[in-house]
Write a protein that binds this ligand. Structure first.
Ligand code: FAD
Length: 390
């Protein structure tokens, strides 16, 4: 049956990342149509990031509501929860093996696989690729006029910004901008690690390895296609990437320069950089202020990174994007008025996301502080004690 909202109202979602697609899909399941405008020419989520752990209370809940939980369970990697913490000498502080129980937990899935799962369940004509939002103009009555780079214009009754850290929808609600967090992460890839570099594959095991010392980190993460995604990470000035002179477009030279930054690290850890193949992607990590809110405006809201981009050190970004999608979709199903739905969604979202943003910020500071390997070990032991885990 078609929900009454769909007959009357035009809903546009900007951005076909995990948040935007989960929202469109849960609405679709409830008979509410929406259109997703995406700036890329096709689904490019596979090229954007590695393995994600999907949490029971957020990401998994959204997948259940989207009718995808059973399919999700078929492609998750339970062993991806293996976790190691070392320092720069190679000393091991934490060495955890995943529990191979498929109920609950935080199983891993590659970002590309998660996004394909969502996209394949959506009506094919729901997503419009090649629509980069340039400007959104409020018409003052809750409707918004959307201007796209390709010259198209659309007028909608409800606008949802799911367009990530540098949202073009957010300026309708606030002057706040995502600020540089002080952390720079250089993304590298060791392809076919088990075959090409068994020594590194054995060190990394089946999940994540964090090597932390001197406010720097080498973070390794085994992905579903056999690659180890590597983040060489450190605190740096905002313009460091522009001024460092490292030729990232020439990977072999760039690797030599990166190795100099980790000169006194154990060789087994430097191999994460030495063995890397192909392109290198430098990233600055951005965040909105912890506890960011805005004054409610009729007909417009935000989900996911557009609403609360945070550093990746609580592993929450994608989970919160999907939880926001779930909460907003259910609010639209429950209220036959768009503004009542937005007003039900926003305060709830502020509450759960501000806690996670604080946790993420605390973890970022801890991970890049002196003695981080020991501090992270102490933190995890405290968490396990609180939850009665031995
Ligand atoms: C290095 C790194 C590691 C991470 N690791 C983890 C992790 O382990 N666990 C975790 O949960 N999260 C992690 N995250 C965070 C996670 O990737 C994000 O929180 C998540 O992708 C947010 O989803 P989203 O749908 O809100 O936005 P996005 O994934 O950013 O999607 C936004 C979409 O909007 C489109 N778009 C942007 N602007 C426009 C425009 N003007 N017009 C039209 N379309 C537009 C984009 O092309 C994109 O498709 C990590 C992030 C980084 C950078």
């Amino acid at each position: 049956m078609t929900h009454t909202l769909s007959a009357q109202k035009r809903i546009a979602i900007i951005g076909a990342g995990p948040g935007g697609m989960a929202l469109a899909l849960i609405l679709q399941k409830h008979g509410i149509q929406s259109v997703v405008y995406e700036r890329e020419l096709q689904n490019s989520n596979r090229q954007r990031g590695g393995s994600l752990d999907i949490h029971e209370e957020s990401g998994q809940r959204a997948l259940r509501e989207a009718g995808l939980y059973e399919k999700f369970k078929e492609i998750i990697r339970l062993e991806g929860e293996d976790f190691r913490v070392l320092d720069k000498t190679g000393k091991i502080y934490i060495d955890e093996d995943a529990e191979m129980d498929s109920s609950g937990g935080r199983p891993e899935i590659d970002r590309g696989d998660l996004c394909d799962l969502l996209m394949n369940a959506l009506d094919p004509d729901c997503i419009r690729y090649g629509y980069k939002l340039e400007r959104a103009v409020s018409l003052g009555d809750g409707r918004t006029e959307l201007h796209f780079e390709n010259g198209e214009v659309d007028t909608v009754d409800m606008l949802v910004g799911a367009d990530g850290a540098f949202s073009k929808v957010r300026p309708l609600l606030s002057d706040a901008r995502a600020e540089y967090s002080g952390l720079t992460m250089i993304e590298l890839n060791v392809l076919n690690a088990a075959q090409s570099h068994p020594d590194l594959a054995a060190l990394n095991k089946r999940g994540k390895l964090f090597a932390l010392s001197d406010s720097k980190g080498i973070l390794g993460q085994l992905n579903g296609d056999g690659r180890i995604k590597v983040y060489a990470s450190f605190e740096a000035e905002q313009n460091w990437l522009d001024n460092c002179g490292i030729p990232f477009e020439r990977p072999e030279e760039a690797k030599q320069r990166l190795l100099e930054l980790f000169e006194d690290w154990d060789d087994s850890l430097k191999n994460y950089i030495r063995y890397a193949d192909g392109a290198i992607l430098p990233r600055r990590i951005y965040m909105l202020p912890v506890g960011f809110t805005w004054k409610h405006q009729p007909g417009v809201t935000l989900i996911g990174d557009a609403a609360h981009v945070m550093s990746p050190f609580a592993g929450e970004g994608v989970n919160l994007a999907m939880l926001d999608a779930l909460e907003l979709a259910l609010a639209l199903v429950e209220h036959d008025d768009i503004n009542a739905a937005i007003q039900a969604y926003e305060p709830k979202m502020y509450q759960y996301t501000s806690e996670k943003a604080k946790e993420s910020d605390d973890n970022l500071k801890l991970t890049f502080s002196d003695g981080a390997a020991q501090k992270l070990t102490d933190l995890m032991n405290r968490i396990y004690e609180e939850h009665g885990v031995h």
